[in-house]
Design a protein around this ligand. Structure first.
Ligand SMILES: Nc1ncnc2c1ncn2[C@@H]1O[C@H](COP(=O)(O)OP(=O)(O)O)[C@@H](O)[C@H]1O
Ligand SMILES: [Mg+2]
Length: 357
């Protein structure tokens, strides 16, 4: 889109010009799920999106209901706006490709790239060098993973067209994230000249550029929110580009604000009456009998209401903490039936409706 210089300052930090989306968050909050949903959302208007899984769990294959992914980019889905429940527009459908990175193969590729090891690389594999290197130097693994993501982001086809319009990386959890993304800065410092230095610097240039955005997934719970707040501080200190916050598994409120506020009062009689009116205890009985019939229900019900009100209050406090971050925020519903392919497309549509992608 054409912009005047004045408009550039209002750049949308999480989507405008971003081509590498890094998705992190506390473990179990839905990183893999939302990375996949984001890839679908980004592809819906057309174009090619690569979804990279780095943790070796084959979570993407499981989500899409396909066989385990080889260490090779595979087309896993074609997606249109209509499939995401969005009104038709120009462009689309687009395609999602996926890659599950195999550390050992990535290391051989890396060695070949710089030292043209060829068959010697295979020999190294036989003597267990790869195991050795990846075990003694956990950093090496991260160099390979980030290197691969940046390579895919920059790759061009022979006709000069970008191979991928966007790359989404299902990254390690927040606790390890900054170290993971910054590993190439360390490498560039260690190898001060030569091809490894050059490669490491090129990776850092992509990761720290406005072409990259790191999104964090959280739940409306204390621990994941705290981890998100800390994670964003760390990213900012490391000068890595922060994108948006994705609040996952949001439950719809059952009680409205007035009902929540009223929970502390004594409402036994009111509730008993309402239950009677709703037909509990039998319509034909006399008032007293109804009261006796609904009596055993009262305490458990009021207790549930109190618990719900507590949760609503807790969530309100967590939302306030998230708002303080002043970042674009997206809310994704808790899917009661779990995340099947339909659910995944629903989450993708939700992301897009809220302005993501
Ligand atoms: N919005 C959601 N509604 C319901 N279940 C979800 C949702 N998002 C994720 N899940 C489920 O939560 C579990 C953890 O999700 P996953 O994406 O594997 O998390 P992570 O990659 O952060 O460990 C999975 O079983 C997934 O299906
Ligand atoms: Mg995961």
């Amino acid at each position: 889109m054409a912009r005047t210089p004045g408009q550039a300052a209002r750049r949308d930090p999480d989507w405008e010009g971003v081509r590498l989306h890094v998705v992190s968050g506390k473990g179990g909050t839905g990183k893999t799920t939302l990375a996949a949903a984001l890839a679908l959302a980004l592809a819906a208007d057309g174009g090619r999106v690569l979804l990279i899984e780095v943790e070796g769990r084959q979570g993407v294959a499981e989500l899409f209901g396909i066989a385990a992914l080889p260490y090779e980019e595979r087309r896993i889905a074609s997606v249109s706006r209509a499939q995401l429940g969005l009104p038709a527009a120009e462009g689309g459908p687009g395609e999602v490709f996926a890659l599950a990175i195999d550390t050992e193969l990535a290391l051989l590729e890396y060695l070949e790239m710089f030292y043209k090891l060829g068959r010697a690389g295979k020999a190294l594999q036989k003597v267990g060098f790869v195991d050795f290197a990846t075990t003694i130097a956990p950093g090496v693994r991260d160099v390979l993973l980030t290197g691969k993501a940046c390579e895919a982001t920059r790759r061009k086809d022979p006709d000069g067209r970008r191979r991928y319009d966007a790359v989404v990386m299902d990254a390690p959890p927040t606790g390890r994230l900054t170290r993971f993304l910054n590993v190439n800065a360390e490498v560039a410092g260690l190898a001060r000249i030569g091809p490894i230095h050059t490669q490491a610097q090129a990776v850092m240039r992509v990761l720290k550029s406005p072409e990259t955005a790191v999104h964090l997934v959280t739940l409306l719970e204390e621990m994941p929110v705290q981890e998100t707040v800390d994670g964003i501080e760390e990213l900012r200190e490391a000068r890595l580009p922060v994108g948006g916050v994705m609040v996952n598994m949001v439950r719809p409120p059952v009680l409205d604000a007035a009902a929540v506020a009223a929970v502390d009062g004594d409402h036994r009689e009111e509730v008993a009456l309402a239950l009677g009116e709703a037909g509990l205890g039998g319509r034909t009985r006399t008032g007293e009998k109804v009261r006796a019939a609904v009596e055993p229900l009262l305490d458990p019900l009021l207790e549930q209401a109190r618990e719900h009100a507590e949760r609503v209050e807790l969530e309100r406090a967590q939302r306030a903490d998230i708002q303080q971050l002043r970042l674009p925020t997206y809310e994704l519903p808790l899917l009661g039936e779990g995340v099947d392919l339909g659910g995944l497309y629903r989450l993708a549509g939700e992301l897009k409706r809220q302005g993501a992608a």
